[in-house]
Design a protein around this ligand. Structure first.
Ligand code: ATP
Length: 274
């Protein structure tokens, strides 16, 4: 089956600043894909080109089998940009209702408000919402059209931990329903929890694409065994080390075994060794 997104040789330059420098990428139908990278890496520019909001200088881009610049693809795509969520004197219910009219197969506004956890705020004017609640409204507007493909640019910035977990569940539900999801995030835990695959972008180049578990050879990386009051060994054979420690101690005090986290390999990849 044709992928949801296919990108070859994508380039975008602002004046002399190369924002996207030859990106190749496929995102499969039904996949959750997270784009990671430091500030200014080119994530938003890449996503905006895929959304049809920005022109590319070079490269091939296909979104749901079409050029994203074509209007016909817009009805099938949902977009949550970085922070809007304010619509003056309108209430949450009115805004979602209003946006539902733009889509041929729109979902029920009340049900969508409920799904993003804003049921109690349906009659509140949007300017009275908290930052996290505005972000939930953005998400509601992104999914009201029942998109086949949903783009989320830093969707959980400003969410409290509980709201973030609820949002993750919403994303899983959307994926179960068949929606393909592309998100950018600065939260490595979010990428690890949600994404089937992650892509790391820096200076406009895609440095790696892999599952969160395999990125940067995490799986086969050496483990750190620590115990007692700060003793530790980094080893390729942690089981053997533990066996030897057990012979010495019996029950080993304060034992932990850890491998590089997604954040460790990410920071190493973008050149900020922890
Ligand atoms: N409209 C614009 N005009 C000129 N330069 C721009 C414009 N938009 C982005 N850039 C530049 O392009 C580069 C990539 O920016 P982009 O917004 O794509 O990064 P990002 O990875 O989304 O960053 P962040 O994590 O901070 O959102 C940056 O150097 C930025 O300054």
């Amino acid at each position: 089956m044709e992928p949801a997104i296919r990108v070859r040789g994508l380039r975008k330059t602002y004046q002399s600043n190369v924002a996207v420098d030859g990106v190749d990428l496929d995102v499969a139908r039904g996949e959750v894909f997270a784009l990671l990278g430091p500030n200014g890496a080119g994530k938003t520019t890449t996503v905006e080109i895929l959304e049809g909001y920005r022109k590319r200088d070079a490269g091939e881009v296909s979104v749901l089998g079409e050029d994203p610049a074509h209007r016909s693809v817009r009805d099938r795509v949902g977009i949550v940009l970085q922070g809007t969520g304010e619509f003056d004197e309108l209430t949450v219910g009115e805004v979602v209702q209003h946006f539902s009219r733009f889509y041929p197969k729109a979902d029920d506004p009340g049900a969508v408000i409920e799904r993003v956890g804003l049921a109690e705020k349906a009659r509140a004017r949007t300017h009275t919402l908290s930052g996290g609640q505005k972000r939930r409204l953005d998400v509601a507007l992104g999914i009201i059209g029942r998109p086949e493909l949903l783009f989320l640019d830093e969707p959980t910035t400003g969410f409290d931990p509980e709201a973030r977990r609820e949002f993750w569940q919403l994303i899983r539900d959307l994926q179960t329903g068949g929606t393909t999801i592309v998100l950018t995030t600065h939260y490595l835990e979010e990428a690890e929890t949600l994404a089937d695959r992650v892509g790391v972008i820096a200076h406009g180049r895609l440095l790696a694409v892999d599952t969160p578990a395999r990125l940067g050879d995490r799986e086969s990386a050496e483990a750190t065994v620590s115990w007692g009051t700060g003793e530790k060994i980094t080893t390729a054979t942690p089981t053997q080390v533990i066996r030897e420690l057990a012979e010495t101690y019996g029950e080993i005090p304060g034992l932990t075994v850890s491998r590089p986290t997604l954040e460790d390999v990410y920071l190493k990849m973008i050149g900020h060794d922890a």
